[in-house]
Ligand binder design. Structure first.
Ligand code: SF4
Length: 261
């Protein structure tokens, strides 16, 4: 497994600090400053990063997962080295049936108590009443609005009172993720973001899944390299970017929903 040798440095906040910094942000920034003094090596093993994260943040950190292979690899590591680290997911109301079944499998295999967050009821009812159930196909703006209601707003609630969150983001997944660090400052959400697989390749992820017999979605065998909401995901073709199957009708290359900015 090839690893960069330099030590991780913490990305600087992308924008000037707001005039009134909330207590949570101030506390998270203090944690970040402490981390900067003793950075975790960029080539640290997944389990080391997970343990390190748990020791520094304890109950104030959670893993976010959509049950893609990366998230499942991290769940498997959490179960072994930091089983108290909480795991959450967002149920947009438009997930594949296979994803719900995988949630059941993960709960049974790892004993994980999944924290599932749902969109705000009034916002969903208004969206569907006024724009219909497929408004996201009409324009990028309408798609982003649906993602904001179904994903970003519940994410904000899931991250409340946390000092850090863990993700399965990898640099090679897309151009927008190519500068992800192992540990970085998430300015949009005002807390530390830990991406323990940032430097992993897709091959390494799949090797780990085979080695540890980690459960995955049957959609993977049907060509879905990245699984999101059912109406917004299709299988990818050979040579395509792993996230090319997300919102495939859109011309732009920034295949993000607002969760990872
Ligand atoms: S992925 Fe599609 S259905 Fe899911 S929240 Fe975004 S636009 Fe809506």
């Amino acid at each position: 497994m090839k690893r960069a040798k330099e030590e991780a440095t913490i990305s600087a906040p992308r924008s000037a600090p707001p005039r009134r910094v909330s207590a949570r942000r101030a506390s998270a920034r203090a944690a970040l400053a402490a981390i900067e003094r003793v950075p975790i090596p960029e080539d640290a093993a997944l389990e080391t990063i997970v343990e390190w994260t748990w020791k520094r943040f304890g109950p104030r950190v959670k893993l976010a997962t959509g049950f893609n292979p990366e998230g499942l690899v991290v769940i498997d590591a959490i179960a072994r080295v930091a089983p108290q680290l909480r795991v959450f997911s967002i149920d947009t109301g438009r997930l594949h049936e296979e994803t719900y079944k995988l949630m059941v499998t993960v709960r049974e295999r790892y004993g994980t108590e999944l924290e599932v967050y749902f969109p705000e009821r009034n916002a969903i009812e208004k969206l569907v009443r006024e724009r219909g159930p497929y408004s996201f196909r009409k324009s990028v703006a309408e798609r982003m609005e649906c993602c904001a209601i179904r994903k970003v707003e519940p994410l904000g609630r899931a991250l409340e009172n946390l000092g850090a969150w863990v993700t399965g983001v990898r640099r090679e997944q897309s151009a927008t993720r190519s500068r992800a660090r192992i540990v970085e400052w998430d300015d949009a959400n005002g807390l530390v973001k830990v991406n323990p697989l940032a430097h992993w390749s897709q091959r390494e992820v799949m090797e780990r899944i085979r080695e540890r017999d980690i459960p995955t979605s049957p959609l993977l065998q049907r060509g879905y390299q990245s699984v999101g909401c059912a109406p917004c995901t299709r299988p990818t073709r050979r040579g395509e970017d792993p996230r090319a199957g997300r919102w495939w009708w859109e011309k732009c290359t920034a295949k993000e929903c607002g969760l990872h900015r």
